[in-house]
Design a protein around this ligand. Sequence first.
Ligand SMILES: Cc1cc2nc3c(=O)[nH]c(=O)nc-3n(C[C@H](O)[C@H](O)[C@H](O)COP(=O)(O)OP(=O)(O)OC[C@H]3O[C@@H](n4cnc5c(N)ncnc54)[C@H](O)[C@@H]3O)c2cc1C
Length: 354
Amino acid sequence: MFEQTPFEGVTAHPNGVVVNPGQKELRSRLLLDAMGHFSPIVQQARQGKKPDAVCMVVGSCAIGFPKNDSGDLIVSFTPLQNQCQYFWEAFPARDGRTTYLFTYLDADPDRPTLEMLFEDYLRLLPEYQQVSLEQLQFKRALFGFFPCYQQSPLQPQWNRILPVGDSSGSQSPLSFGGFGAMIRHLKRLTEGIHESLQVDALDRRALALLQPYQPNLAVTWLFQRAMSVGANQKIAANQINQVLSGVFKEMSALGEPILKPFLQDVVQFPALAQTMVRTAIFHPGLVLKVVPQVGLPTLLNWLIHYGNLAGYSALNPLGRSLQPWAKKLPPIPQYYVRRWFDAWQYGAGGDYLE
Ligand SMILES: Cc1cc2nc3c(=O)[nH]c(=O)nc-3n(C[C@H](O)[C@H](O)[C@H](O)COP(=O)(O)OP(=O)(O)OC[C@H]3O[C@@H](n4cnc5c(N)ncnc54)[C@H](O)[C@@H]3O)c2cc1C
């Protein structure tokens, strides 16, 4: 885009795109849509579909907390309330201490508003950080919500238009760490986009391989479901807390190599399989409670992605060993083959070793 110019529309022609046609036009061979979750291009591609889930987040950066240089990735200290399980996050920041309250929901219109969530944040913050609100001096407030769709990453719908970043839905529906996801995929995307331009592989199908299916992302849907409750669903008030305590206890028993990648937003088959087995052995009651909570269709769907994750994990080393062979292929087949190798690597969480 030109600076200070809102995106109004794009026309995809056989040989290129024209952005904002009829106005201050910009012509290009490829359009990268980095307009975030609410990109107008994505709205058109998703045809107004309701998000499958939403994560709401409110928080602030403030000074006046007791000295604390540590951070929390995820904390829960309350049972379900308003059909929401509240999670907290805190970390030291340049201007003070940042604290967030977040919760996973379905997109039911009766769900609490961000304003209501902010009230609960201010009500519960003193208990969380052991500080009274009067002691705090707020520097800034933060709030937002992240929609997410099971049909993610979003496949390009048109020739010469590629969603990247939040617009592509390539972030985990669990962490919503879209910035981190973008950074992790930066090398893959920059190399892939460069090659697609070089060999002129810019149609919808060629671009789809730059936002490939990733089973390690797909499996996280079940975890998100297990950390939320439907608008009219009845589960025990402490069930989500108990499940999380059980799972994290087993991950922690398995050690840092299992726990750390997960906390850094990377799901790998061996770590996931070991955690599942240990949780099933040591907490069978919890596992049985989760099944009706998430529902059988979600579970069966998850099993497919879990199987795919195992498959991608097996294919990843094969892809790596075939790299020298792929480099000898003619440009177009090479583009396609290398994208598949990337998909196996990233879809299996194999990028974590890089
Ligand atoms: C409170 C909060 C905390 C977060 N914490 C983390 C974190 O700890 N770690 C992490 O990895 N991620 C975090 N994220 C997510 C992270 O901010 C996003 O994933 C990231 O910013 C996505 O980058 P993006 O470039 O894809 O989209 P965006 O940053 O959303 O950028 C989209 C840009 O497109 C512009 N745009 C939209 N429509 C138009 C239009 N019609 N014309 C012109 N321009 C347009 C917007 O103005 C915006 O500048 C957090 C988000 C929030 C809200």
